[in-house]
Write a protein that binds this ligand. Structure first.
Ligand code: NI
Length: 192
């Protein structure tokens, strides 16, 4: 069974690898999705102020293009997820907007990241059927973040400002952290 201990974190180099396309959706794929959901919920159980929003397979060390996204971002009691196999962005609209992001694979660091305000994606569902999802706002941001994972990219790669990194305080508020400490943590692929 997958737990929060199954989640790999930067600077683990696997997170920078491109995941492989799923050729056929099988029981093994559904088991992988189940493991990803368990790991996310187990992680969440250890956090007071956060919801386990989404996870990509690479984050439990499986280089397959699979992501899971929480169906309800507001309600911790709703423990269900949407699974997307081989997801890809097919259309973006609007100008990128900045907002804070975190990641289960980036310990205790948050960043200001630009994302398109609206996207259209296509993917396979757990029955192997093609589906399309149109999203805006936070869901659009989450989809871009997760699809990035399948391509070996992390949110820290999109932070463009040395003042764009934060910690979460014990009271749940974000506080800017010095760029030197981010650089020293070894999570950046290149310095700003
Ligand atoms: Ni992430």
């Amino acid at each position: 069974m997958a737990t929060k201990a199954s989640i790999i974190t930067l600077p683990n180099p696997t997170l920078r690898e491109r995941s492989h396309k799923v050729r056929e959706v099988t029981d093994a794929t559904r088991q992988l999705v189940h493991d990803m959901e368990s790991a996310t919920l187990d992680w969440e159980a250890s956090r007071h102020h956060e919801l386990g929003v989404a996870l990509a397979a690479v984050q439990i060390n499986r280089l397959e293009r699979v992501v899971v996204i929480r169906n309800d971002f507001e309600d911790k009691e709703d423990r269900s997820f949407l699974a997307l196999i081989n997801p890809e962005v097919i259309q973006t609209s609007g100008k990128p907007e900045y907002d804070h992001e975190g990641c289960l694979s980036v310990l205790d660091i948050y960043g200001l990241v630009p994302r398109y305000p609206a996207v259209k994606i296509k993917a396979l569902n757990l029955n192997g059927q093609e589906i399309r999802v149109k999203a805006e706002g936070f869901l659009a941001r989450v989809l871009q973040h997760e699809i990035d994972h399948t391509n070996g990219l992390l949110f820290v790669d999109h932070v463009t400002d040395k003042n764009g990194f934060f910690h979460l305080n014990e009271d749940g508020h974000l506080q800017a952290i010095p760029y030197s400490s981010v650089e020293a943590s070894g999570i950046l692929s290149e310095s700003l």
